[in-house]
Design a protein around this ligand. Structure first.
Ligand code: NI
Length: 153
């Protein structure tokens, strides 16, 4: 089921999400809906609070298949990248954001099994961006500046 993506100005985006404690059907349905919603919107990532659910759940697909993160935590970062970033909750806008270039995340899979995953470039950026959502942070809070259409050419 495709869920409605809430946008900047909605208070829910500013709240801290709660950890998942039960790795049950309810979680799997949420993960399924989040993936459907992300692909429908042509996004590369989606966090549960963006569909109004204050739980620490993220889906990401930067073109290498779906990554599901439950209760994710960034445990290591390396280097820096700077570039444009957008968000499905901030439609039509982009900002210039600095992020680490390499990020390692510890999370749980949908069955409650812990794992670690390391990403570079866009994937590292997506890890930071989506995990920020779980703490009520949106990229506009951490961007250097807005990118306007005429700057892109
Ligand atoms: Ni976002």
């Amino acid at each position: 089921m495709i869920r409605k993506i809430i946008t900047l100005g909605n208070e829910t985006l500013r709240k801290v999400s709660n950890p998942i404690k039960k790795f049950d059907l309810r979680l799997w349905l949420l993960l399924r809906d989040m993936a459907e919603t992300m692909y429908d919107a042509n996004g590369v990532g989606l966090a549960a609070p963006q569909v109004g659910i204050l739980r620490r759940v993220v889906v990401i697909d930067v073109g290498e298949g779906i990554i599901e993160l439950v209760n994710p935590e960034i445990i290591a970062t390396e280097g820096e990248q700077a570039g444009p970033e957008g968000c499905l909750s901030v439609p039509g806008r982009q900002g210039y954001v600095r992020r680490p270039n390499k990020v390692t995340v510890r999370a749980f899979d949908r069955k409650g099994k812990p794992f670690e995953i390391t990403g570079e470039g866009l994937l590292a950026r997506a890890f930071c961006h989506e995990i920020d959502h779980l703490d009520g942070r949106v990229y506009v809070d951490v961007m250097d500046h807005e990118i306007f259409q005429d700057e892109e050419e």
